[in-house]
Design a binder for this molecule. Structure first.
Ligand SMILES: CC(C)(COP(=O)(O)OP(=O)(O)OC[C@H]1O[C@@H](n2cnc3c(N)ncnc32)[C@H](O)[C@@H]1OP(=O)(O)O)[C@@H](O)C(=O)NCCC(=O)NCCS
Length: 178
């Protein structure tokens, strides 16, 4: 399974991407709102072991790397968690900080949303973000997500309880934007 946009190709992660993924995922400052930050390249193996090799499997995460069309550079990843009943999907996106503010995340997630709604016929896609993760919140709003909830100290990460904000978009809302 591969997704292609104007500037990017998204493809399933492979063991060969370990070094590239470690490079941006281990950046603790950029990823301070993420629940998982690898300390060694071997931590990426644990991450791989929890992923499904195929998308659209009940209760599983599927991860794609985001690559630049012109040089195949791996610049980030997009995760999709398929619900047990396969009707809903949680998504997440992480890019290397060198590739922020170029519109790449918006471009990648637009392809992912189109795939989830119009190829796999999902009903709802949502994302969970830290309320201070402004870049992510702006990204979700730019794509048409609505804020649905703000849970107080509901998420335990990096030794403390954090708030958790939920943004979501329905298939009919996505297709109304197009
Ligand atoms: C979440 C994250 C991927 C968002 O990245 P981002 O760079 O803000 O988003 P985009 O790649 O879509 O870039 C959009 C920005 O690029 C600008 N831009 C520049 N050139 C552009 C172009 N050619 N096309 C479109 N936008 C462009 C836009 O104006 C926008 O800027 P603004 O946010 O100041 O309005 C990034 O902040 C990240 O990796 N964070 C760490 C991981 C994380 O916390 N993930 C959240 C878990 S859900």
């Amino acid at each position: 399974m591969q997704l292609t946009s104007k500037r990017l190709i998204l493809r399933p992660t492979s063991k060969n991407d370990k070094a590239a993924i470690f490079k941006y995922r281990s950046d603790g400052e950029t990823n301070r709102y993420q629940g998982w930050i690898p300390e060694t390249p071997d931590d990426i193996d644990l991450f791989f072991s929890r992923l499904s090799p195929e998308p659209n499997q009940p209760g599983s995460w599927f991860q794609m790397v985001v690559t630049v069309k012109t040089n195949n550079e791996v610049i980030g990843d997009v995760g999709m968690h398929f619900s047990e009943d396969l009707q809903q999907v949680e998504i997440g996106c992480t890019l290397h900080k060198m590739h922020h503010k170029k519109g790449y995340a918006t471009e990648a997630l637009s392809e992912v949303l189109d795939y989830l709604f119009n190829k796999l016929n999902k009903h709802r896609v949502f994302a969970s973000v830290h309320p201070e993760n402004i870049s992510s919140i702006n990204l979700l709003k730019r794509l048409g997500f609505r804020k649905e909830a703000h849970f107080v100290e509901s998420f335990y990460a990096n030794g403390k309880w954090d708030d958790d904000v939920i943004f979501a978009i329905l298939k009919r809302e996505w297709n109304a934007i197009l």
